[in-house]
Design a protein around this ligand. Structure first.
Ligand code: PLP
Ligand code: COI
Length: 353
């Protein structure tokens, strides 16, 4: 693929790693490529980071035609830069695109764009432990009229943000509230996609949880409000009486790449993992009887985050004495070890830039 490059004439000042936070600062360039039905994807370019100008009738502004991905570029001790399973993000983006009637990407071209873009922004990949360059590919529908149809015009972008940990707690346990009113997604809807609308509809519950001192909500299924689904920005796993359980991918849950990787790591180490329906009643009973040994969330931004407290209907339950559990720690150490090049990648997940 031909990718034009226009170098910025005003490079930005670097932010000290200790002040990064998550998703607040952006690098010097962005990747852009356009689509229309007649010529397909075209005009791929890496240009100085700048505001986007859109027609006021653009589809994305009215009907939420937007999908995105999230992955990270990691710097190893020897200074090299690498990605973790980027092909999985591209496949998931196409699955989101298919559901939202946005154009599919050519997987090889999208990977080339990602690698070329990260190579351009290589100096922006931070060095300190636990930091990375968070990459945000996204696609918008951009027809310039108000009819509601599958779009004929779209734009694909990649932007990047040098980031530290997603939660202010870092690897320390986070407190999560099980949401009993709002729902995030239903089967047949868009829950399995990474579309902006899923997140817009989630913010009211997230805000209420934050006001009560919780980091995020744990969603129940949208029909019966009975089965555990996932957290705002991560999938969830539990160790209940020796069994490792994670909600099955029923269509309303995002098929997380970290979730998939955790399952593969667990299986490689001889653990059984049950992907099944888990009711909130079963979980509450396990918390009451002390059978819930560990709970953790997993996601690109959140990595592996122990859950220290879970609340449901105003009852609060402390998990594992509020400490990180053995399996949670093992998963954190294994995934971050592979990502930052401290342990050998026997799974073939790393893509060098
Ligand atoms: N679930 C939701 C709603 C998310 O936003 C994320 C983050 O991407 C995840 C799960 C975890 O997915 P992944 O591990 O692919 O980052
Ligand atoms: C990610 O983990 O990449 C996410 O997308 C989480 C989020 C900030 C929405």
């Amino acid at each position: 693929m031909d990718i034009k490059f226009v170098k910025t004439s005003s490079p930005k000042a670097r932010i000290p790693d200790s002040e990064l936070g998550f998703g607040k600062y952006f690098t010097d360039h962005m990747f852009i490529m356009e689509y229309n039905n007649d010529i397909g994807w075209h005009n791929a370019r890496i240009v100085p980071f700048e505001n986007i100008s859109l027609h006021p009738a653009s589809t994305v502004l009215h009907y939420g035609a937007e999908i995105f991905e999230g992955l990270k570029a990691y710097r190893t001790a020897d200074g090299s830069v690498r990605l973790f399973r980027p092909e999985e993000n591209i496949k998931r983006m196409n699955s989101s695109a298919e559901r939202m009637c946005l154009p599919l990407l050519d997987e090889a071209d999208a990977l080339e764009a990602l690698l070329k873009f990260v190579d351009t922004e290589r100096d922006w990949v931070p060095h300190s432990e636990g930091t990375s360059l968070y990459l945000r590919p996204f696609m918008i529908g951009n027809d310039e009229h108000l009819g509601v149809h599958a779009v004929s015009n779209a734009i694909f972008y990649i932007i990047a943000s040098p980031s530290g940990s997603y939660y202010k707690e870092g690897i320390n346990p986070v407190n999560i509230m099980i949401e009993s009113e709002d729902v995030r997604a239903v089967r047949g809807g868009t829950g399995f996609t990474k579309c902006g609308g899923n997140y817009a509809a989630s913010t009211r519950a997230g805000k209420r949880a934050e006001e009560k001192g919780y980091s995020q909500v744990l969603w129940l299924d949208g029909v019966e409000r009975k089965y555990i689904e996932e957290v705002g920005a991560m999938n969830v796993m539990f160790k209940i009486d020796g069994e490792i359980v994670t909600p099955a991918l029923t269509g309303s849950i995002l098929p997380g790449i970290t979730r998939k990787s955790c399952i593969e790591v667990l299986k490689s180490k001889g653990y059984n993992v049950s992907e099944r329906l888990l009711s909130v009643d079963e979980l509450v009973n396990a918390m009451k009887s002390g059978k819930l040994e560990e709970a953790w969330g997993c996601g690109t931004a959140a990595v592996v985050s122990p859950i220290g407290k879970l609340s449901y209907l105003d009852e609060e339950y402390v998990i594992n004495g509020g400490r990180i559990g053995e399996v949670t720690q093992m998963l954190y150490d294994t995934l971050t070890g592979i990502q930052w090049g401290k342990i050998e990648d026997t799974f073939g997940w790393i893509k060098e830039v």
